[in-house]
Design a protein around this ligand. Structure first.
Ligand code: GDP
Ligand code: MG
Length: 437
């Protein structure tokens, strides 16, 4: 699948110090192949890899992350952008708000209509009415009625009528009468090439002036999903897409292309047959899912925010000259604290999370250390070697700790300095990060 292929692509980059034209070209080729295999259309895949390549080349790789990780982050940002950047909410500009559901046969329209009604009722405190607009198959009306019953939502249906336009109008009228503030109109599936059917749904649109038109599409149809989206958008100018059946062994290509081809946001995803199996679409989550890198991306992000390269270089110089002092140490503690709870941070590293579950590491771990350092004079901070017994006694008193604790910190600091000098590395934290998979 896509993430396996990306994993392989990243291996090309692993262990290299900078992102160069050569290693990025090789990787981009792999990624483009992977995207095409996942049904992303060619233009989208090419535009995407070109953009990522441009952003990646010449990027300095921070001491704390590998080129592969940096590239993952660039790709994640780019994918997120490609899928619309942020979550696109439904609009409720009027009472009742009218939502028209459109799409091919079997796309999941009726199921989604039920899910949406259930979502709006339970999550958004709305009072929806479902309208059974698929007059061509009697079973379709029953299907919606059964769902309505199950989730406790009223359904407007007219078994006598064969006129979807009239039914839509009558449904809206009933909503007004009964105080329903949302009307969800389910429609019959139609082939994009069936001109009479396409005209019919245009007429339904003209008759009820929906505030939202949601185009429902089966994510498993891959490349076809994008073509269908294009035709429906040309006819209906829909306000958002719904990708269904993302629960199975689904290729995510459609999610990637739809936004870039028709420039409409994906608003929901269906992840199962049950009424609860509906998620609001989050571009960033989908991007991480496609990349299969999970929380590594946010870890890289945080590391990037906190490790200023120049600062790191200066620190490195100091360490080499054995001039790393308590001021630097204090600064490092602040950096680590800024990165958030240590436990959270460690938890994001694959494999480490479980191990850390029972270990208590928090900001408190630094409290005594900070107090001890704060009780040192400027001279003492800059000359740790000069901290003799009487100075230790005074520091212990001043910091509200005891001599044993002060001794322990000084010993740890000395050990750390030795190790750091050996490694000539800016910080223990940076080392830890480099060992990440
Ligand atoms: P419609 O013809 O567009 O109204 O499609 P339906 O709502 O009747 O759905 C067609 C089939 O797809 C039904 O068997 C649904 O249970 C199934 N289905 C719909 N949405 C999903 C989904 O998100 N995941 C899965 N696995 N099945 C779905
Ligand atoms: Mg249906």
């Amino acid at each position: 699948n896509l993430s396996d292929k990306l994993d392989r692509a990243f291996k090309v980059l692993k262990g290299q110090g900078t992102i160069t034209e050569i290693n990025v070209a090789e990787t981009m080729k792999e990624i483009r192949k992977a995207l095409l295999d996942a049904d992303v259309n060619y233009k989208t895949a090419k535009a995407f890899t070109d953009e990522v390549r441009q952003k990646a080349i010449g990027q300095n790789v921070l001491t704390s992350i590998s080129p592969g990780q940096l590239l993952t982050k660039i790709m994640n940002d780019e994918l997120t952008d490609l899928m619309g950047g942020s979550t696109a909410d439904l609009n409720f500009p009027a009472t009742p708000t009218i939502i028209l559901i459109a799409g091919l046969n079997g796309a999941g329209k009726t199921t989604f209509s039920g899910k949406l009604a259930n979502f709006l009722k339970t999550q958004k405190n709305k009072k929806p009415l479902l309208v059974a607009g698929d007059v061509y198959r009697p079973a379709a009306i029953t299907q919606l009625q059964v769902l309505g019953e199950q989730i406790g939502i009223p359904v407007y249906a007219d078994l006598e009528s064969k006129d979807p336009i009239g039914i839509a109008r009558a449904g809206v009228a009933q909503a007004k009468q009964n105080g329903n503030n949302v009307v969800i109109i389910d429609t019959a599936g139609r082939l994009a090439i069936d001109e009479a059917m396409m005209v019919e749904i245009e007429q339904v649109k003209a008759a009820v002036n929906p505030h939202e038109i949601l185009f429902v599409v089966d994510a498993m149809t891959g490349q076809d999903a994008v073509n269908t989206a294009k035709v429906f958008n040309d006819r209906l100018d829909f306000t958002g897409a719904v990708l269904t059946k993302l629960d199975g062994d689904t290729r995510g290509g459609a999610a990637l292309s739809i936004k870039s081809v028709v420039n409409k946001p994906i608003k929901f995803i269906g992840t199962g047959e049950k009424m609860e199996a509906l998620d609001v679409f989050h571009p960033d989550r989908m991007a991480s899912r496609i990349l299969g890198m999970g929380d590594v991306v946010s870890l890289v992000e945080r590391a990037q925010q906190q490790f200023d390269e120049k600062e790191a270089a200066e620190l490195q110089k100091k360490i080499r000259k054995n001039k790393f002092d308590f001021n630097d140490f204090y600064g490092q503690i602040q950096q680590i604290k800024k990165m958030g709870n240590m436990k959270d941070l460690m938890g994001m590293i694959p494999g480490v999370g479980k191990m850390m579950k029972d270990v208590e590491v928090g900001d408190d771990a630094f409290k005594n250390i900070e107090a001890i350092i704060q009780s040192m004079t400027k001279f003492e901070k800059e000359n740790p070697d000069a901290i003799n017994q009487s100075r230790r006694t005074r520091i212990a008193k001043g910091s509200g700790t005891n001599i044993a604790e002060v001794n322990r910190l000084l010993k740890q600091f000395e050990d750390m300095r030795k190790v750091m000098k050996q490694m000539s590395n800016p910080a223990a934290m940076a080392n830890m990060m480099r060992r990440m998979p």
